[in-house]
Design a protein around this ligand. Structure first.
Ligand code: SUG
Length: 451
């Protein structure tokens, strides 16, 4: 029996990934159209981090609960040592830049900013033991992301340190268990404090290759999602597994959160999101205690291409205290794609389900295929779990000011691929992250702090 705390008030806390100081455009993610298109461009880590922080702060100012998750240590020298480079850190950087520049780019990616891929979270109201379960994603379909899980695990343990959290190991690093975390997982519920329905969307079920994408990789497998549902102790009657539409994957929808988003009992999605939409509705309706509300966007209103270009569905669908309809947080690109802008304006004025649409400039992250929803990890928390959060990660005016100052003092305004071999950049990053761990009170989570 879950403890009685399940009945107490619960909140959705959005934890935003802080963009790391090596944010760059390396074109690393095959199947992610924006990443490929922007490969080799000059980035601005400072602008990227400030854009993300401003979004988090604006949502905090609207009465939402906001947290932050720190970036990872990059360039990641321990990975280069594992891959045979040796000598001092500076020598390793130089050798790698000469012999394997793509490898240097991979171990320098700031991709941990997209914390929707950090882990899968099942809140305490859904689990057999009444605790909140977290499993870091193994992220094995892209090498540059596969090096994230060990640090992710330490960071999550430092932030969610109370006894009411259970931390699992990432799934085995084998293709059959390829897992990309919350980006392919949506929790629907009548109220955050009550048991919800967990929708897991996969691209590959391992048994029927013909039903999968032909051009781009499916980054989530069904066995991975099933393993997580099992180890989190979810009630099988309240779990739905759904296949992603393979044609959508082939058009650049590399995660489900690029084409669908849910909040409470509302599901907002493109009509091409799922392989079998009616079956998804039927299963969700059977599992949910309340009636599923749906906004399905037809392809003749917004083409799949426009959806991917604008990241309309990589939006945050949020319940704002005191508001009837939901808030939809979308990237600025949604204003620039005419079909999407027109659709959103009509939605805002005509649908009682959406009260307000707000546009944010997240261009630095968007150019790598990361919109508002990629940048945040949703954790439903009880008042007690919030009170027991010892790390200084919940946004306040003071933390916001300190983080702004921290970014402005440590981040470069401009970064090229050539800069990644600069030993000064490595030093700057370590100095910045060391300071950040003190500011956030999360202890020594980075390898360079532990050796
Ligand atoms: O895994 N891009 C990320 C974007 C992740 C978006 N997350 C969600 N949809 N939840 C990825 O493809 C690009 C890095 C580069 O090319 O430099 C990158 O890793």
């Amino acid at each position: 029996m879950p403890p009685s705390s399940t009945q107490a008030e619960a909140f959705e806390v959005n934890f935003d990934g802080i963009v790391g100081p090596t944010h760059n455009y390396a074109g690393l993610s095959f199947g992610n159209v924006a990443s490929t298109e922007h490969g080799g461009r000059v980035s601005s880590p400072r602008q990227a981090a400030l854009q993300g922080l401003e979004k988090a702060w604006a949502l905090h100012e609207m009465g939402l609960k906001q947290g932050v998750i720190p970036p990872q240590e990059r360039p990641h020298i321990p990975t280069l040592r594992t891959l045979g480079f040796c000598g001092t850190d500076s020598e390793i950087l130089r050798q790698c830049a000469q012999r394997a520049p793509q490898l240097l780019a991979a171990v320098s990616s700031a991709s941990s900013m997209w914390v929707a891929n950090a882990c899968t979270v099942s809140p305490y109201a859904d689990t057999a033991d009444g605790k909140t379960h977290l499993t870091p994603a193994n992220l094995l379909s892209m090498f540059h992301r596969s090096i994230e899980p060990p640090t992710t695990g330490r960071v999550l343990e430092a932030i969610f340190s109370a006894d009411s959290f259970v931390h699992h190991q990432p799934l085995p690093a084998a293709p059959s268990f390829s897992d990309e975390g919350a980006a392919n997982h949506t929790r629907l519920c009548a109220d955050y404090s009550q048991a919800g329905v967990e929708l897991f969307v996969y691209g590959d079920d391992l048994s029927n290759k013909a039903a999968g994408p032909k051009k781009y990789p499916a980054r989530q497998t069904l066995p991975a999602s099933q393993a997580i549902a099992r180890s989190h102790g979810l009630n099988p009657d309240k779990v739905v597994f759904a296949r992603q539409n393979p044609d959508a994957i082939d058009q650049g929808v590399f995660h489900n959160d690029v084409i669908a988003v849910g909040n409470q009992d509302l599901l907002f999605h493109h009509e091409m999101a799922f392989a079998d939409t009616q079956s998804v509705y039927t299963q969700l309706n059977t599992a949910l205690d309340s009636e599923l509300q749906v906004i399905a966007v037809p392809a003749d209103a917004v083409s799949l291409e426009d959806a991917v270009r604008s990241y309309l569905f990589n939006s945050q669908l949020l319940t704002v205290p005191g508001q009837q309809g939901a808030l939809l947080v979308v990237p600025m690109e949604c204003r620039e794609v005419p079909s999407v802008h027109e659709y959103l304006m009509a939605l805002e004025s005509e649908s009682p389900l959406i009260e307000k649409v707000r546009f944010f400039d997240l261009r630095q992250s968007m150019n790598n295929g990361g919109g508002p929803a990629c940048l945040r990890l949703r954790v439903v928390m009880s008042q007690q779990q919030i009170a027991e959060t010892d790390a200084n990660v919940l946004l306040t005016a003071s933390l916001y000011r300190q983080l702004r100052h921290w970014i402005e003092s440590h981040y470069r305004d401009r970064l090229t691929m050539n800069d990644l071999q600069d030993p000064n950049l490595l030093d700057e990053c370590r100095t910045a992250l060391d300071e950040l761990t003190q500011l956030l009170k999360i202890g020594s989570v980075y390898d360079f702090q532990r050796t």
